[in-house]
Structure formats: structure tokens, C-alpha cells
Design a binder for this molecule. Structure first.
Ligand code: AP5
Ligand code: MG
Length: 188
């Protein structure tokens, strides 16, 4: 089963992707976590990535597409995967479709977490306050910028999947457990 978890910053993609991956024993692929791993490794690429991510902007499509292409090849992804944070642009969605088609695979479900935008900033700021080491992009100014980029560059990906009849809309304003249940329901 190949699933995309889709939604704006703070929607709950990471929270739900982790649960889904554990339940279905498939690989959780969080591009944000992978990029933060590269930053933490302190490589020259990591330094470049950090300044982009801390500004709230998107990392280039070339880098992201290559990253995901490498992941999908791995043996642990052959049973399926949950994508969290990818694709974020139409170019990424088209590249993903090509790389899966070449392997006779495809996306089964795109789960869209619908959330009230006013709640998002509060969620992200709460996460920042509670974590020992807050993310460099978890402050009000950058979250607002990330939200704008979501609207400008990421939300336009939705019609791409609507045409493929794989969109599943879930109310992301429920409690974390209720969202998990709703996702289980839409997956049938
Ligand atoms: P990324 O790490 O993907 O961040 P994001 O999309 O902005 O989303 P978040 O991780 O902030 O939120 P989430 O939806 O995972 O929510 P979570 O479950 O944590 O990307 C970061 C950056 O990396 C990007 O800005 C970009 O620079 C770069 N990047 C990554 N992928 C890229 C790509 N494909 N192309 C280009 N650049 C890329 O929940 C948030 C908080 O709310 C948590 O504290 C959680 O406990 C809480 N919460 C969750 N659900 C609920 C609920 N139902 N009720 C109450 N609280 C809840
Ligand atoms: Mg996340």
C-alpha cells in the first residue's frame, strides 16, 4: 500500500504517518525528517538546506526528487510506504508518478488532513515550546510563511490526484485518536 499524507504545516501528517506505518508495517518516508537529518550531520549540503528550511522556503525539486527516488528503491519500501511531506509541488507529483509507473506501481490513497488554519500556528508553537530543541522553522513568522507557500505551491497538487480518484478527505480538527480512526475508515 502506497499512501501520501497531505496537508499544511502542523496538520498532523507526521503524527498520523507514524501510526499508519506501524499499523500496516510499511515504511514512513518523511522528507522533513530526512532533511533535518542531513542538517544535523553538518555536511556542506546540510548547511545549505538549513538556511532554506529556516526561512520557510521549499528545497529545490531536483534535490527532493532524487532523494525520494533513492528511498523508493530500498528493499524496505517494496511492501509499501507512507509519504509525509512529499510531493509538495506539481513537478514533484509528476516525477513521483513517473518513477512509480516505471516500476509498475502507483499511489493508492492521498489522505488530505483538513484543518482550521488558526489552529495550525498554535499547534506548531506548542510543539516548539514542548520540545527540548525546537525546529529552526517553528516560530510564528516562519510558520505563516510556510502556510503561504503551502497555498501557493503545494495545494495546487490536489487536483492532480483528484483526477486520479485517490483523494480521501479527513477532518484533521478531531483529536489525534479520532483522526487515526477516520483514516482507518476511509482506507476501508
Ligand atoms: P516538514 O518537516 O514536512 O514540515 P511541514 O509540512 O511544515 O509540517 P510539520 O512537520 O510542521 O507538521 P505535520 O503536518 O507533520 O504535523 P505534526 O504531526 O508534526 O518540512 C519542513 C521543511 O522541509 C519545509 O518547509 C521545506 O523547507 C523542507 N521540505 C520538506 N519536504 C520538502 C519537499 N517535498 N519539497 C521541498 N522542500 C521540502 O503535528 C504538529 C503538532 O500538532 C504536534 O505537536 C502534534 O502533536 C500536534 N497534533 C497533531 N495532530 C493533532 C490533533 N489532531 N489535535 C491536536 N494536536 C495535534
Ligand atoms: Mg511533520
Amino acid at each position: 500500500m502506497n499512501i501520501i499524507l497531505f496537508g499544511p504545516p502542523g496538520a498532523g501528517k507526521g503524527t498520523q504517518a507514524e501510526r499508519l506505518a506501524a499499523k500496516h508495517k510499511v515504511k514512513h518516508l518523511s522528507t522533513g525528517d530526512m532533511l533535518r537529518g542531513e542538517v544535523a550531520a553538518g555536511t556542506p549540503l546540510g548547511l545549505k538546506l538549513k538556511s532554506i528550511m529556516d526561512s520557510g522556503a521549499l528545497v529545490s525539486d531536483d534535490i527532493m526528487i532524487e532523494l525520494i527516488a533513492t528511498c523508493i528503491e530500498q528493499p524496505e519500501c517494496q511492501k509499501g510506504f507512507i509519504l509525509d511531506g512529499f510531493p509538495r509541488t506539481l513537478a514533484q507529483a509528476a516525477a513521483l508518478e513517473d518513477m512509480l509507473q516505471e516500476r509498475g506501481r502507483g499511489i493508492d490513497h492521498v489522505i488530505v488532513l483538513k484543518v482550521d488554519e488558526n489552529a495550525l500556528v498554535a499547534r506548531v508553537l506548542k510543539r516548539a515550546a514542548e520540545s527540548g530543541e525546537a525546529r529552526g522553522d517553528d516560530n510564528e513568522e516562519t510558520v505563516t510563511k510556510r502556510l503561504k507557500i503551502y497555498h501557493d505551491q503545494t495545494a495546487p497538487v490536489l487536483p492532480f490526484y483528484e483526477h486520479r480518484s485517490v483523494l480521501r478527505i479527513v477532518d484533521g480538527m478531531q483529536s489525534i485518536d479520532e483522526v487515526t480512526e477516520s483514516i482507518a475508515e476511509v482506507l476501508g
